[in-house]
Design a protein around this ligand. Structure first.
Ligand code: NAD
Length: 250
């Protein structure tokens, strides 16, 4: 279905991004991976997916510009790289605020502004932003993440309108809790911020949000990304698709 399409998936060395990269490659897309990680493991992933790799640090606008120039025109842009930090507002480290805004929000602006001219030239493009249930609702102790994801949702709607007559769609996918390193790594800080045990954080904070009482799988998110790249989704733009086990229905 996606033969002859070139796709950049940011933050695709792990978790949701990797599942999206795998799913796009399985549909025949030429995939460019991005993200941090062990060089040998990344080389293996490139081999598995027949993919290229660019390791640009997406907190650096100059590095993003260099990456976009190096990889050339793309048809599909998945802005997925992200990070989390959990702390009460009065203890929230300003450098963590800056890092989260840079990676979870500003990076999508920089990749998008540089990808759009090539998409416009072809009259076809798909921009998919991994937002979050936190693009729609808030949770305490996640001020930077919630601000960045709400910003990403607004950015997506704006570009959807700007690009609507160019055959380019822009949408968010908003997962609830997906079992990936990003969730695993926030458990200790959440334990500290809320004075809870690991089991309490899993059941009373994470799964408490999801009426289905189960974690979303990275593959569930990837399947939605593949659908949004299809021709059947040509008239879906400016949307924000929740895959959150009912979290934001409440
Ligand atoms: P993850 O930690 O498994 O993956 C994050 C990816 O981003 C990795 O490939 C990592 O190398 C990359 N990355 C981190 N810093 C980077 C940088 N400076 N430059 C380039 N790449 C960088 O996390 P995940 O759970 O797969 O998260 C992916 C996206 O999904 C994020 O935007 C996250 O906010 C969002 N999300 C995750 C969940 C969840 O429950 N896991 C829920 C909703 C939304």
């Amino acid at each position: 279905m996606l033969k002859d399409r070139r796709a950049l998936v940011t933050g695709s060395t792990s978790g949701i991004g990797l599942a999206i990269a795998r799913a796009l490659a399985a549909e025949g897309a030429e995939v460019i991976l991005n993200g941090l990680g062990d060089a040998d493991a990344i080389a293996l992933l490139c081999k598995e997916l027949g993919a290229a790799y660019n390791g640009a640090n997406l907190m650096d606008a100059g590095a993003i510009a260099a990456m976009m120039a190096e990889i050339g025109p793309i048809d599909i842009l998945v802005n997925n790289a992200g990070m989390q930090h959990v702390a009460p507002i009065e203890d929230f480290p300003p450098e963590k605020w800056d890092a989260i805004i840079a990676l979870n929000l500003s990076a999508a602006f920089h990749t998008t502004r540089l990808a759009v001219p090539g998409m416009k030239a072809k009259g076809w493009g798909r921009i998919i932003n991994t937002a979050s249930a936190h693009s729609l609702v808030a949770s305490p102790f996640k001020s930077a993440y919630v601000a960045a994801k709400h910003g990403l949702a607004g950015f997506t709607k704006t570009i959807a309108l700007e690009l609507a007559t160019h055959g380019i769609t822009a949408n968010c996918i908003s997962p609830g809790y997906v079992w990936t390193p990003l969730v695993e790594n926030q458990i200790p800080d959440t334990m500290a911020a809320r004075g809870m045990t690991r089991e309490q954080v899993m059941n009373d904070v994470l799964l408490a949000k999801q009426p289905t009482k189960s974690f979303v799988l990275p593959e569930d998110v990837a399947a939605m990304a593949v659908f949004l790249c299809s021709d059947a989704a040509r008239n879906i733009t400016g949307a924000n698709y929740s895959i959150d086990g009912g979290w934001t229905a409440e």
